[in-house]
Design a binder for this molecule. Structure first.
Ligand code: BTN
Length: 273
């Protein structure tokens, strides 16, 4: 495994890149193998990964941090990133249209959900679009950020935050009702390195499958892990509320909600409760 502690021609502020605290036992072919940047603390792994991507790093480049000071989540939210969690960003180099980028997020959700289930031996479920739940508590989230040029993606940064052995009392009180940690739900300490290795393995496999066979298999896998489909769902958009039954996801992927009048709404982003 090559571990780089020098970042080419980009600067990320005062924090130095540290050596990893242990050798990761990555069994991937390329994800995290060719280029791994490890931080004890960093602003946001997505920011580092983006700078590396813009500097021309290869697909599979990985940025990992033990904690983040400016972790961010979807919809402009903060992502609390204390020690005890796993925070990483993976650089992908898709060549397809930006409109298909949301498929990457669902792919990552399936990968992380499978990894959690195998490493922590507990069933996870995915809440639309990409919150990973255990016993109904959100333990992980995914933020995919892309950049495009002349109609095709230049890179996609898949940012994953997992509350692994996180002391949930360190999370803001307003999150406690909905957020949890894996160890909090299983009462067992979970190997952060093992979870990283499993997540990357699953992602690499699904990414290969996706490039060969398209979105169909990922869609099927997402459906089977979904905590949203077949249940009442409520969605707010520009002050309007859509309530109904979450029926399915389509190829876009959009979530299909049938309201009380039988009208089917396609939800492409935002948050569903
Ligand atoms: C969500 O809102 O559910 C997505 C959270 C994504 C957080 C991860 S942690 C690693 C990466 N770096 C960030 O700043 N955000 C993502």
């Amino acid at each position: 495994m090559a571990v780089s502690n020098v970042i080419p021609s980009v600067s990320f502020g005062p924090k130095e890149v540290d050596q990893p605290r242990s050798q990761f036992q990555l069994q991937t072919r390329s994800f995290g193998k060719t280029d791994l940047h490890y931080y004890r603390e960093v602003g946001s792994t997505n920011d580092v990964a983006r700078a590396l991507a813009l500097a021309g790093c290869p697909e599979g480049t990985l940025v990992v941090a033990e904690s983040q000071t400016a972790g961010r989540g979807r919809l402009g939210r903060k992502w609390q990133s204390p020690k005890g969690g796993l925070y990483f960003s993976l650089v992908l180099r898709p060549t397809f249209s930006p409109s298909l980028a949301p498929r990457i997020t669902l792919l990552a959700g399936v990968a992380v959900c499978r990894a959690i289930s195998s490493v922590a031996r507990v069933d996870g479920a995915i809440k639309w679009p990409n919150d990973i739940l255990i016993h109904g508590k959100k333990v992980a989230g995914i933020l995919t950020e892309t950049e495009a040029k002349e109609g095709s993606l230049r890179h996609a940064i898949v940012g994953v935050g997992i509350n692994v052995n996180t002391d949930t009392s360190s999370l803001p009180p307003e999150l406690l009702e909905t957020a949890g940690s894996i160890s909090g739900e299983t009462q067992e300490t979970v190997s952060i390195e093992g979870l990283l290795a499993a997540s990357l393995m699953e992602m690499e496999e699904l990414w290969g499958q996706f490039l060969c066979h398209g979105f169909g298999p990922i869609r099927e896998a997402w459906r089977s892990l979904s905590a949203t489909l077949g249940r009442p769902a409520c969605f707010r958009i520009t002050g309007r509320e859509i309530a109904g039954l979450a029926l399915d996801i389509d190829q876009a992927p959009a979530l299909l909600i049938r309201d009380q009048h039988g009208v089917i709404h396609k939800i492409c982003s935002g948050e569903v409760t």
